[in-house]
Design a protein around this ligand. Structure first.
Ligand code: TYD
Length: 149
């Protein structure tokens, strides 16, 4: 909770990249993230995967009240959008070459333009709980206005 608050203050709910340890040799590439490095951002509780997204489909359109997530583009590419301060629309093009992206709590985001081969792995700080979702943009805007203006 304290860390979530710190993240909010630091990033204004904006997503940001973190480094991932990478070991490459003639046998290929090995990447890893350890809790000891990420524990100041979030603790892992769940991992889920998104794949086979049709090209014209958009996903997301929500924010999380408390959950912090780390998004790994494992294959392919897609566009990640989020609202910054004053509802400014931001786009990040993500591909398998991108670093892990931290999605802080209270970050309204959506995803589109998935390549056919796109596979995402998302590490989350909480178990799945629909009560943690804000899926109504008006509710989100009110919360931001009242709590974080
Ligand atoms: P949803 O959050 O709508 O996906 P997206 O953010 O990519 O648009 O989730 C789709 C469905 O899957 C929804 O019914 C909730 C369910 N779900 C789980 O049961 N467990 C999970 O860990 C996640 C992420 C979703």
């Amino acid at each position: 909770m304290v860390f979530n608050q710190l993240i909010f203050m630091k990033t204004n709910n904006k997503p940001y990249f973190i480094n991932i340890e990478t070991i490459s040799d003639n046998r290929g590439t090995l990447k890893y993230l350890e809790m000891k490095k990420t524990k100041q951002i979030f603790n892992f509780k769940r991992i889920y995967f998104i794949s086979n997204v049709p090209n014209n489909v958009e996903r997301g359109y929500h924010a999380h009240k408390k959950t912090v997530q780390c998004l790994l583009t494992l294959n392919g590419n897609f566009d990640f959008y989020f609202f910054g301060i004053k509802k400014k629309k931001n786009k990040i093009k993500l591909s398998a070459k991108s670093k892990p992206l931290i999605i802080p709590k209270m970050c309204w985001h959506w995803m589109k333009n998935f390549s056919n081969d796109c596979i995402l792995g998302i590490i989350a700080s909480s178990l799945y709980n629909e009560d943690d979702y804000i899926r109504d943009l008006h509710v989100y805007e009110e919360l931001i206005k009242n709590n974080h203006a």
